[in-house]
Design a protein around this ligand. Structure first.
Ligand SMILES: [Zn+2]
Length: 151
């Protein structure tokens, strides 16, 4: 954490307070553990697929860099890329629903997308993920504050 130079003590205290609040907010937003993730998937299945998709396990994986999610229908297992962590909840929910739908319908035919139509944010979430992929291909502008040096 960098503290800009030439801050008065009062300013510094206020700034540290703001930063601590931000950190606390980040923590409470938190990342779901694997058990909560499985519960979330069951809840989504209940809500959008009448509970027909019944995953046995849902977990985060760090070895999946070309796909957001994957599933093994015969095992009822779903894996989500850790790159989704920190993305908006509706995006993670979409990827969960996408993999849940694959437990019911293999491939991406019309029957598959008909299932996903039940979730009102499918298009928005797909747009978000496309944006993430596109942004990763753009040349990087210097990040704000990049000139600052860590001591
Ligand atoms: Zn798929």
């Amino acid at each position: 954490m960098l503290i800009p130079a030439r801050m008065s003590e009062a300013e510094e205290r206020r700034w540290v307070g703001v930063m601590l609040d931000k950190l606390a907010a980040q923590e409470s937003r938190g990342v779901l553990g694997d058990r909560e993730l499985t519960e979330r998937a069951l809840h989504l299945s209940e809500q959008y697929f009448d509970g027909r998709a019944r995953p046995r396990s849902v977990r985060w994986v760090t070895n999946q860099n070309t796909r957001w999610g994957s599933c093994t229908p015969s095992e009822g297992s779903i894996r989500l890329s850790h790159r989704l962590q920190g993305m908006p909840e509706y995006v993670v929910d979409y990827v969960l629903l996408h993999e849940l739908a694959h437990l019911l319908v293999p491939g991406h035919g019309p029957a598959f997308w008909r299932l996903l139509e039940a979730y009102p944010r499918t298009e928005r979430a797909r747009g978000y993920l496309e944006g993430v992929v596109a942004a990763a291909r753009l040349p990087h502008p210097p990040a704000a504050g990049e000139a600052a040096r860590e001591e």
